[in-house]
Design a protein around this ligand. Structure first.
Ligand SMILES: NC(=O)c1ccc[n+]([C@@H]2O[C@H](COP(=O)([O-])OP(=O)(O)OC[C@H]3O[C@@H](n4cnc5c(N)ncnc54)[C@H](OP(=O)(O)O)[C@@H]3O)[C@@H](O)[C@H]2O)c1
Length: 298
């Protein structure tokens, strides 16, 4: 990275080079350039900018979001990109011609990859051809819930259970396993974020939705098990289950009780803080938290 020590006219060029060498410009960094075109700043201003800049660069992550073409995955991809992180997002090959996927492929801020949670080969291919030699955050966001899910268990079949389990539980398991070598090469902390649900909670169970509840409760168990195993084998990789809020997406028939913007801003903060010194105690590896970082009951 270029030095910012110079006090002559070249400081501005150096600042720009330093910013360009980051993964991408974000709003804050762009305003640093605009704010300091003229005149040449004094030493304290430069020192302040230098620490802001180094702070930003140090906290820039490479983030992979599985299921980023719509819903929560898309909302997160947009927010993380705007904050200057390098974002990779997946879509299913079956949805290649969907408008949401076309937009993601054409996006200049999200690098699009094909991946189907139910096809292990596609996960292996995405990991082995991943366009970076390390990864800081894996967000296992993709999931399935159908409107007909809300039935008594007597009306559900083994096939219903397996369909949910393959996407909501096995998908995150396989992605975590195959992306682990990249996550363990993170220069800071590798974070596996499993997008769970409040329906995963056994203590808060109100009945119905057995397939979905069981698949997400198993996901929480996976999160905890991986945290314990990784503490022995890859201690720089941490795991967390998150309930994203009840927000309006295609999955919910575009109905929600929580505010999308509030929930997504909270989730972004949780992901960024998790594994850092400023993280609250609720954000411990293997844990299960709400979008605002509050601990949830298993
Ligand atoms: N929305 C809520 O209120 C809510 C509440 C609690 C938890 N959640 C959880 O949040 C996550 C995101 O849900 P959402 O509301 O954003 O749902 P959504 O709008 O239906 O989006 C689901 C995403 O998952 C992808 N996907 C589905 N099956 C997949 C597979 N086999 N392989 C790879 N990707 C697949 C979808 O791709 P296609 O476009 O190709 O189908 C889509 O990108 C889910 O895990 C869900 O359980 C949501």
């Amino acid at each position: 990275m270029a030095s910012l020590r110079s006090l002559d006219a070249t400081w501005e060029v150096e600042l720009f080079l330093a910013l360009e060498s980051t993964s991408s410009l974000n709003t804050a960094s762009a305003s640093l350039i605009i704010d300091h075109q003229t005149p040449t700043p004094d030493t304290s201003t430069l020192a302040q900018n230098q620490s802001i800049l180094y702070g930003m660069v140090a906290n820039m992550y490479r983030i992979l979001i599985i299921g980023a073409n719509r819903g929560i995955g898309h909302e997160l991809a947009t927010r993380f990109s705007l904050r200057g992180h390098t974002v990779y997002g997946t879509y299913r090959p079956q949805s290649r011609n969907d408008e949401t996927v076309r937009k993601m492929i054409e996006s200049t801020t999200v690098t699009a990859l094909e991946l189907d949670f139910t096809e292990e080969e596609s996960i292996i291919r995405a990991a082995s051809t991943f366009p970076s030699d390390s990864l800081d955050v894996l967000i296992n966001c993709a999931g399935v819930y159908y409107m007909w899910d809300d039935k008594p268990f007597t009306e559900l079949t083994a096939e219903h259970f397996l369909d949910h389990f393959k996407v909501n539980t096995l998908g995150p398991f396989l992605a975590s396993k195959h992306f682990l070598p990249l996550l363990s090469k993170s220069p800071s902390v590798g974070k596996i974020i499993n997008v769970s649900s409040d329906f995963a909670s056994i203590s808060d169970n109100t009945g119905g939705n057995a397939c979905y509840r069981v698949s997400k409760a198993a996901l929480n168990q996976l999160t905890k098990t991986m945290a314990i195993d990784l503490a022995k084998t890859a201690p720089n990789v941490l795991t967390l289950s998150v309930h994203p809020g009840y927000v309006a997406t295609k999955m919910t028939g575009y109905f929600g009780e929580d505010d999308m913007d509030e929930c997504m801003s909270g989730l972004v903060k949780v992901v960024e803080e998790f594994g850092t010194k400023s993280a609250p105690p609720s954000l411990s590896s293997g844990g299960y938290v709400r979008w605002n970082g509050e601990k949830m009951s298993l």
